[in-house]
Design a protein around this ligand. Structure first.
Ligand SMILES: *Cc1c(COP(=O)(O)O)cnc(C)c1O
Length: 358
């Protein structure tokens, strides 16, 4: 709604659906996209009328600023279908607000909320068949904005393209994950863009992560850029440590992304009387806890995997394995979150968002 008038969204339907050619049992995360996408352009100082179009390539000038200055941000969220075919989102307002926080930091004009939700829900209704029922099945939703103005002067673009694309996803299993605590490279610095889902934050992690892979670690847990003494977060996930029965995670800051999954885990921990401390986490304290056998678990929290248990970690040339955990917090939080996401339990905190059929 804009000024009380329903938003008109121009819909161009795909001439044929690709869905018949998709093997839903063997999906690779983020490789296949649904039939439609949402598109909205920013020109003349305003976001124009959004449209839904068949998913497909777009044309850009080679000089478009996104290619030269990385003026681009994104979000990641999921849609779930319950046994009655109702489609749900999980805390999408939090993603929308973060989308605009990220935009603001990259000098990208903020996107109107009514257009975001009207467009997203229209898109999800059109591609409803792509959202499969059953625990673990979901539709990964990727909203993003890129700077499209041609010209290689280093200044903010005057034109932008907003898009939403969607990819069907299975339960995310990334294999056994071992992490290494960063000692040299950094993901983010004070005053920087670490808290934003800025495209460049991810590109900058690939090289150090490749080096970590050569050492047998799948991911890096980033530490504070100044001293490398405090554990912050992983590349696309916030990180939790369980020492004894206590859960510990770093507070969000300039350098740490305010994850929706992270804050949901903290709320659930409080709800279920699991002691949780949100404070700086010293590398040394985790290493010592591991040496004493008090470190029970490490797990990542993020939309793609929900909760991703970590098998072991490395620091300063040493490797540590984590014990098998019978009553693991990781599986506890994962099942609690999924029960809410798939509408299998009451929604005490109002996290579910129903996508209305239209
Ligand atoms: C997206 C992201 C997360 C997780 O956020 P969610 O809202 O839980 O998906 C954590 N850290 C980084 C760096 C991220 O980009």
């Amino acid at each position: 709604m804009k000024d009380g008038i329903p938003l008109e969204i121009d819909v161009v339907e795909a001439s044929a659906s690709k869905i018949g050619s998709v093997d839903f049992d063997n999906l690779i995360f983020g490789n296949i996209f649904t039939d439609h996408m949402m598109v909205c352009d920013y020109v003349n100082g305003e976001w124009q009328a959004p449209s839904i179009q068949p998913y497909g390539p777009i044309q850009l000038e080679p000089s478009a600023k996104v290619f030269h200055y990385g003026q681009a941000i994104f979000e990641g969220m999921k849609a779930f279908k319950d046994d009655e075919d109702q489609v749900w989102l999980f805390r999408p307002e939090a993603n929308f607000e973060r989308f605009n926080r990220s935009s603001k930091r990259l000098a990208i004009p903020e996107f109107p909320k009514d257009m975001f939700f009207e467009g997203l829900e229209t898109l999800l209704n059109l591609d409803r068949e792509w959202i499969k029922k059953g625990f673990g099945n979901s539709l990964y939703i990727r909203p993003f904005v890129i700077a499209t103005e041609p010209g290689v002067s280093a200044s903010p673009s005057k034109t932008y393209k907003f898009m939403i694309i969607c990819s069907p996803a299975k339960a995310y299993y990334s294999g056994e994950v071992r992490v290494v605590f960063a000692e040299k490279f950094s993901r983010a610095a004070d005053g920087g863009v670490g808290y934003a889902k800025a495209a460049g934050n991810y590109g900058a992690q690939f090289y150090p992560t490749n080096l970590a892979k050569e050492e047998g670690f799948q991911q890096i847990v980033w530490t504070d850029a100044n001293t490398h003494e405090y554990l912050e977060e992983a590349g696309t996930m916030n990180i939790f440590f369980r020492v004894g029965n206590k859960l510990i995670t770093a507070p969000t800051s300039d350098r740490i992304l305010d994850g929706v999954t992270r804050k949901s885990v903290i709320t659930l921990a409080e709800e279920f009387n699991i002691p949780v401390e949100v404070r700086r986490v010293k590398v040394q304290e985790i290493v010592e806890a591991a040496e004493k056998g008090e470190l029970k678990e490490i797990f990542g929290a993020g939309t793609a995997a929900t909760i991703n248990p970590v098998k072991g970690f490395g620091h300063a040339g040493k490797k540590f394995e984590l014990p098998e955990q019978e009553d693991s917090y990781a599986s506890f939080f994962k099942s609690k979150l999924m029960a809410i996401q798939y509408n299998k339990t009451e929604d005490k905190f109002g996290w579910r968002y129903a996508v209305k059929e239209r």
